[in-house]
Design a protein around this ligand. Sequence first.
Ligand code: GAR
Length: 217
Amino acid sequence: MPGPCNVVVLLSGHGSNLQALLDSTMAPGSPARVCAVVSNRADAHGLVRAHAHGLPTCVLDHAHYAGRDAFDAALMDSIDRFTPDLVVLAGFMRILTPAFVRHYQGRLLNIHPSLLPRHKGLHTHQRALQAGDTEHGCTVHFVTEELDGGPLVVQAVVTVESGDTPHTLAQRVHAQEHRVYPLAVRWFAEGRLMLAASGRVYLDGQPMAASGHVIRQ
Ligand code: GAR
């Protein structure tokens, strides 16, 4: 990449992952810079964080569109105005259409609060506890048409402690999210991370394991 890697962040809520990305990309010498934040919710706290950093924001309320196709078409238009090299889903709570996913193939990352492929979808912390999992965590992955199903880049593992509640577990997983998302974005921005046409993920020219890079405490 000739200049810094332009990152557009999509979010729906609190924006703590956006904050972690801002903290990391604003450090001197960062190969990435967040150039805009897009939300489907006008009340998302992540927008406040973006404004505090003087970043352009854009709100598209999905309720104002005839359906998923129309919303995602408008979303792509809004994102592409910022000419991103990378689009980062940071708590963007929408199911994306195949057309959207294909448009950003290989430059669309998501973070999910579980050790994928376990616990796709919602309420992951509660489900990990109910399942009696001894380990839980979070995963950064490339986005494909399968919900929470794209090839894995990096996972952080946390040990489930006796006495954990969904809340305590969520707090520890969240702290790990704030480590691994900036790491994956930096790898991408440095040109070290890529998704091949085969669906395989490469780091520094080497195929990654199916689990991605795994970080244990
Ligand atoms: C994060 O825990 C992220 O993993 C999750 O939303 C939260 C957003 O937190 N994403 C998903 O569940 C997507 N399937 P944040 O707004 O504080 O960054």
